[in-house]
Design a protein around this ligand. Structure first.
Ligand code: SAH
Length: 219
């Protein structure tokens, strides 16, 4: 049995179609984003035991107290960052399984992903290589300080909750670039879209969300 078939059976295509319908009903309108959500094989980013549930619109456990993001959230954040045409570079903070990284890879020439838990970083690096996502670079590190070597970024996605967007990430954003991040404490987090203009940043709240917190230091 190949990796593609493990535990997923014949219901895979139907389950994927159902998920895409659901995302559309929840307001995801971008054809490009829906296409990316249909193409990236989420069942290969979770443990075998959970593969049968990979196309449910739910966050699922990935160990170390973390979860793979809910498909709707992945689609929503990607849609918020994507304007039109391919971006050059995206920075992702909190790569987890690499699922969101693989979705982002459809929208940019390169994706730079940081994960603070060493074991997750190692696993996602292997997984992305096995699935031939060659444009994603993975770093084991603290995302709060960003990844200066490749800055500036056209888009930055923060996949864990912050009190406010870390200053280093604001600095590493290109003029005209966008950051999407869950901001606030548990119980009242909002997904926020930040746009950088030549002289200022503009912040727009999108919707209420629930994320695990961004943690300082390495794990
Ligand atoms: N979008 C991912 C899941 C994100 S969960 C997916 O689909 O798989 C949030 C991730 O952020 C976790 O893996 C957690 O370890 C990581 N994280 C938390 N604090 C971090 C930090 N300071 N720097 C980098 N990653 C961090």
């Amino acid at each position: 049995m190949t990796a593609d078939h493990r535990g997923i059976g014949l219901t895979s295509q139907r389950a994927r179609d159902r998920l895409i319908r659901e995302l559309r009903e929840m307001g995801i309108g971008s054809r490009e984003v829906l296409h990316a959500m249909r193409t990236v094989p989420r069942h290969l980013f979770v443990d075998e035991a959970l593969a049968g549930r990979a196309y449910e619109n739910k966050a699922l456990p990935i160990g170390y107290g973390q979860t793979i993001s809910q498909p709707y959230i992945v689609a929503r954040m990607t849609e918020a960052l994507f304007v039109s045409g391919a971006m050059d570079k995206i920075l992702e903070i909190g790569a987890g399984t690499g699922y969101q990284s693989a979705v982002l890879a459809q929208f940019a020439r390169s994706v730079h992903s940081i994960e603070r838990i060493g074991a997750l970083a190692a696993r996602l690096r292997e997984r992305l290589a096995a699935l031939h996502y060659r444009t994603v670079r993975v770093k084991h590190g603290d995302g709060r300080i960003g990844w200066q070597d490749h800055a500036p970024y056209d888009a930055i996605l923060i996949a864990a909750a912050v009190d406010s967007v870390p200053p280093a990430l604001l600095e590493q954003l290109a003029i005209g670039g966008r950051i999407v991040a869950p901001v606030g404490e548990s119980g009242s987090q909002w997904l926020v879209l930040v746009t950088r203009y030549p002289e200022h940043f503009e912040e727009k709240p999108l919707e209420e969300v629930r994320f695990v917190p961004l943690i300082t230091g390495l794990g």
